[in-house]
Design a protein around this ligand. Structure first.
Ligand code: GRF
Length: 195
């Protein structure tokens, strides 16, 4: 039996995608969520509490840890093979992107390339979609590159934008798609990439 692929999840906020990924791989023998990291302290991010039931400790790392290579070293020491950004709001430095080229995914709450790039995160995205009068929105899973939301698209799922939608109601509809499809997309990418 080959060793399970070791997956790290990096988050910045509530961690609902991290929970969906943990649930998806909970019984997996192929993939082991081996690291949970957050660049915000426990009093500023819900992921620490939400992931406790999975027996996982979320580890805080600073912007300096990310940019000075300390986080990359930690992931190497932990034997991490893949990285899933899940509600992660900082730019990934070049050496980190190179280290995980073809093995690092991100989820974005719009149908990229629309409504992506600097400043397009969280409610800003949904506000812009509604203000633009779009009839549909959705989620995108893409490979991570040095630029925000520029990597090649791996998977997209769409939903309608309804009359009277607020950014919050649209966010909820998109988040449901994220929770359903991000874990499956990660699993499919890992399964189809030679280890
Ligand atoms: C999600 O909409 C995700 O697309 C974006 O951050 C939001 C919050 O995600 N990247 P989470 O609840 O922290 O997983």
């Amino acid at each position: 039996m080959p060793e399970p692929v070791r997956l790290a999840i990096l988050a910045s906020g509530s961690g609902s995608n991290a929970v969906s990924i943990l649930k998806h791989f909970q019984a997996s023998t192929d993939v082991d969520v081996a690291f949970l990291g957050c660049n915000r302290p426990p009093d500023k991010a819900g992921i620490y509490d939400r992931t406790k039931p999975f027996g996982m400790e979320t580890e805080y790392f600073s912007k300096a840890d990310l940019n000075d290579g300390r986080l990359l070293n930690t992931l190497r020491e932990r034997g991490i093979h893949w990285v899933a950004l899940a509600g992660f709001l900082a730019r990934i430095p070049e050496d980190f992107v190179r280290a995980f080229a073809g093995r690092m995914l991100n989820i974005h709450p719009s149908l990229l390339p629309k409504f992506g790039g600097r400043g397009m995160y969280g409610m800003n995205v949904h506000k812009a979609v509604i203000a633009a009068g779009e009839s549909e929105s959705g989620m995108t899973v893409h490979w991570v590159t040095e630029e925000y939301d520029q990597g090649a698209v791996v998977f997209q799922a769409a939903c309608e934008v309804r009359e009277g939608d607020t950014p919050e109601t649209l966010a909820d509809r998109v988040l449901e798609l994220e929770h359903t499809y991000y874990p499956r997309t990660i699993a499919a990418c890992i399964a189809t990439t030679a280890s």
